[in-house]
Design a protein around this ligand. Structure first.
Ligand code: ARG
Length: 457
């Protein structure tokens, strides 16, 4: 039974019905829809818009519907959308009094409320997962403070750093992701119910009361905005897209670090797959999927922006297209964070290979330029001299570690015996004690800052 059949004489065309129905996907919001209806009904009772006994009967009816759906006794189908399904089920169970539930409400403010409730739960779960990931990265970093590796620019070895410094970088990104979602939640957690179809309602409702019952921080201040605002969904999707971006970047690194050319990572068997033809293969499929799934979340952000960009106020059916991108992004991000954190805990690093690589590719050249600059040579001149040293090493098949003191001295008399210490990974790393640097004690500080920020959010 359609909620709007009164003014129609013919049934909806079968294909049009299939096209119009949102139940196949909005049934995911059954809990939120029922919770919203329970709160709305309690408010109607409190404001004496319906009687207390009517309100009780409706609330009880809704509660039974919820438990029947949860236990599998009641299957969600045979209706246009989740709102119609719940209302039809209510009327078929408690009779005409159920028809009073929709007093002072429209599906337009109802659906906007449901999505906000759904997203609020999704954000809370995602923030928990992000916190667990940041904690895991910090713990991993704590045990890799002197695991040397190259820092890259332009995909070329640039300067030595440590794996702890690298993990701390990603922990900062995922912490910002959590902060962004928490900030977005403030705008998600505003109640649209009471906006009605578009111009609010003539009934003396108490919107603040409904908001309080549902745990909203406030009510939207304009009913036209209340039913047509999907900014919060765009904000959420953009925060979700950034989570996926960060996951994609770190997994991109894990993918090539696990290849023979790098050999930095030993992929855990539990998180790798094989090839149907090449017996030797152990593929980083989980990392590749984490990188690949970013594409769908980006698409969902663009889909949402595109759906709303041309919509005149207030509600338009286009808005029904908001749900699938949101639900899929929420599911994808949560699954991605869960699998990534589990995999991270199992990753093994080849510390020797990483240390060897950390001083390859003349990555200590900056140490030499700094060495001369600290002894009074203008940095630009020191840079030029060091460039000449590198050029000569390349020509003679040498490197900065094997160049003799005499050879160093031929470029500048300021070089002393300690130049050989200066071009080690240990020295390059331990001297970078400035805030943000890679020295072990500084990375320890970064970790404790991360952990205390994590506590405070
Ligand atoms: N299924 C609809 C949606 O998701 C519910 C709102 C319907 N409102 C309407 N005026 N047809 O947007």
């Amino acid at each position: 039974m359609k909620l709007w059949s009164g003014r129609f004489s013919a049934e909806l065309n079968d294909i049009a019905e299939l096209f119009n129905d949102s139940l196949p996907f909005d049934k995911a919001m059954y809990r939120q829809d029922i919770a919203g209806s329970v709160a709305h009904c309690k408010m109607l009772g409190k404001c004496k818009i319906i009687t207390a006994s009517e309100a009780n009967a409706i609330v009880k009816g809704l509660e039974v519907i919820l438990s029947d759906v949860e236990s599998g006794k009641l299957n969600i189908d045979g209706a246009e959308d989740i709102h119609s399904f719940v209302e039809n089920a209510l009327v078929s169970r408690i009779g005409d009094v159920g028809k009073k539930l929709h007093t002072a409400r429209s599906r337009n403010d109802q659906v906007a409320t449901d999505i906000r409730l759904y997203l609020r739960d999704g954000i809370d779960e995602t923030v928990k997962l992000l916190k667990a990931l940041v904690t895991a990265l910090c713990r991993r970093a704590e045990s890799e403070l002197d695991t040397y590796m190259p820092a890259y620019t332009h995909m070329q070895k640039a300067q030595p750093t440590t794996l702890a410094h690298y993990f701390s970088a990603y922990a900062n990104m995922f912490l910002r992701d959590a902060e962004r979602l928490i900030d977005c939640r403030k705008r998600v957690n505003i109640l649209p119910l009471g906006s009605g179809a578009c111009a609010s309602t003539t009934f003396p409702i108490d919107r603040e009361y409904t908001a309080k019952l549902l745990g909203f921080d406030g009510v939207c201040d304009n009913s036209l905005d209340g039913v047509s605002d999907r900014d919060f969904a765009v904000e959420y999707l953009s925060a979700a897209a950034l989570v996926m971006t960060h996951l994609s970047r770190i997994n991109e690194e894990f993918i090539y670090w696990s290849g023979e050319e790098f050999g930095f990572i030993k992929l855990p068997d539990e998180f790798s797959t094989g090839s149907s033809i090449m017996p030797q293969k152990k593929n980083p499929d989980v990392s590749e999927l984490l990188r690949g799934k970013s594409g769908r979340v980006f698409g969902e952000l663009i889909a949402m922006l595109t759906v709303i960009k041309g919509l005149p106020l207030a509600y338009n059916k286009d808005m029904q297209e908001d749900k699938e991108p949101l639900f899929d992004a929420d599911k994808t991000v949560r699954l991605a964070l869960t699998v990534f954190t589990a995999m991270l805990e199992k990753l093994e690093f080849d510390r020797d290979a990483m240390k060897r690589a950390s001083v390859g590719g003349f990555s200590c050249a900056t140490e030499i330029a700094d060495y001369l600059a600290a002894r009074g040579v203008p940095f630009r001149t020191a840079h030029e001299i060091t460039g000449n040293i590198v050029k000569s090493c390349i020509a003679n098949g040498k490197n900065l570690q094997t160049l003799s003191l005499d050879e160093y001295k031929s470029f500048s008399p300021l070089f002393e015996q300690d130049i050989h210490t200066a071009v080690t990974a240990e020295s390059a790393v331990s001297r970078r004690t400035v805030k943000g640097g890679c020295a072990p004690q500084e990375v320890k500080r970064q970790i404790s800052t991360l952990l205390s920020k994590l506590e405070s959010i």
